[in-house]
Write a protein that binds this ligand. Sequence first.
Ligand code: ADP
Ligand code: TPW
Ligand code: MG
Length: 591
Amino acid sequence: MGTVTEPGVTAPAPVAAAVASQPQETIDGFQMVIEALKLNGLDTLYGLPGIPITDLTRRAQAAGLRVLAFRHEQNAGYAASIAGFLTQKPGICLTVSAPGFLNGLNALAHATTNCFPMILISGSSEREIVDLQQGDYEEMDQLAVAKPVCKAAFRVLHADDIGVGIARAIRAAVSGRPGGVYLDLPARLFAQSIDAAAGRSTLIKVVDAAPKQIPAPEAVKRAVELLKGAKKPLIVLGKGAAYAQADADVKALIEKTGIPYLPMSMAKGLLPDTHPQCASAARSFVLPEADVVMLIGARLNWLLSHGKGKTWGGKTSKDWGGQKFVQIDISPQEADSNVRIDAPLVGDIGSCVSALLAAIGSGWTKAPSDWTGAIDERKTKNIAKMAETLAKDPSPMNFHSALNVVRDIVKANPDAMLVNEGANALDFTRSIVDMYKPRKRVDVGTWGIMGIGMGYCVAAAVETKQQVLAVEGDSAFGFSGMEVETICRYNLPVCIVVMNNNGVYKGTDVDPTGRDPAPTVFVKGARYDRIIEAFGGVGVNATTPAELRAAIEEAFRSRKPTLINAVIDETAGTESGRITSLNPSAAKKKA
Ligand code: ADP
Ligand code: TPW
Ligand code: MG
């Protein structure tokens, strides 16, 4: 490692000094980073160039890495986060210093919250100046700022530490509970030159980055005993189960035990939503009724009403419903976070589920038929009711009549990736559109975040090579809409449907003073389809289900970037979609 003599130029490293008389091959920091990533199979970068990483993006591309350049770092970050979910390899987001870094930070926090492996690599300014707060170009102590929102944060100061830095970042991102990792690479590092052979010898190919975590036999036994005694057992599949890619074993466990299951949003399709044991259509019946619930890669957070309260049959919003829980999770700290977990099963889902399968053996008595029969009855009733609603053809279209089309298209194209965000546009899609294969549905996740849309579309197309269909609220779309240019530039097979109801939740609010538009409404009758036309994509304005169907089918056939403005009745939505009760005003009314 060299002593810096002037910006970007280093004195010979000690190794080099010994052979200074002979001409030697050197390698710089840029190249070291590229080789370290390549060595570890990290061949796709989602980012946005600028000082000091412009040449990193250029040289990475020249070296054969795929470089996806975005219009805003937040979208590159979301792309990287979902790439991590889909591939089990950390998604890489690359940004410039301070403002670019901050733009990427939202996605880093999102990755950590959702347990997606991701590495945010940001260039940074000179340590000496930053630490004395002397006002460098884009000065910020990025490492300190990143720490609270990521799983781990590292900084590399010397080119011969790049191998270690990237290895540590990879391990931190994917081992145990996956999450977001920040890697700080100061500008001066990229220009450091060191002896090539010595430098390359410091690179690390990470072996077994996410080691299996085998559950303890007594924990397996405890879980099996609890399940054996259950009269009304239920399995909840979360996105951790989807992430784990133990699809065949999860299916075998469910089918062998005959236990009904509920998929969380991004676990939809792990088994087909049309599976006879899927209890989605009887959710409000099974949660309060179940006596033993096995969570597989799902947390008892707000999305599951914290495992208590009325949703679970408790008398008040805080009361325990009386269920006993088995929880399979890789994090040993997750159990008891909300209610008592009687049988925690700590390990990776693949190992835990196969251990359960082995312990269950062949003589397992299936879930009692009075329980499964009661669920089937509810399901049949609710599915029939939904079919009736979906068959209606109101004018203007509502969420149901538009999503009935999406439902058919996804059924006919089960390999397509579905990206989904919004409030009503999210909730209705989740409940109406069945998924048939694992990891095909990616959405707003644990935070219910708006803005994941176009970043997810880019990564879904790049990582899976499949056709992508995005169902976007008109508000949701606005958070990342400019990336339509990115989608057109890379000519990705992405079809975006903007469910245009003129606003957030609805388009009907008015300013009581009559001065301005209400905070929840947008320009009425906006033509989002025209945005994509500016970049050479296909824009369609669809006012009927037939027009919507024809436009999506054509997009799938041509695989051209397409944006469909689906005109939805502006009165159709409800406040906050399904989570109206979380609005403080609703809570105030209740109190
Ligand atoms: P959902 O929102 O679908 O309910 P969550 O994000 O709340 O799912 O929960 C996912 C859980 O899965 C996290 O607690 C995480 O620790 C766990 N998890 C992630 N990957 C694995 C894995 N490979 N094995 C076991 N647990 C995992
Ligand atoms: C980063 C708050 C939740 S849902 C939503 C907002 C602004 C938009 C709903 O309108 P949309 O859907 O998309 O048109 P629809 O079908 O109901 O009309 N900022 C962030 N995340 C969230 N969740 C919000 C704000 C919000
Ligand atoms: Mg809307």
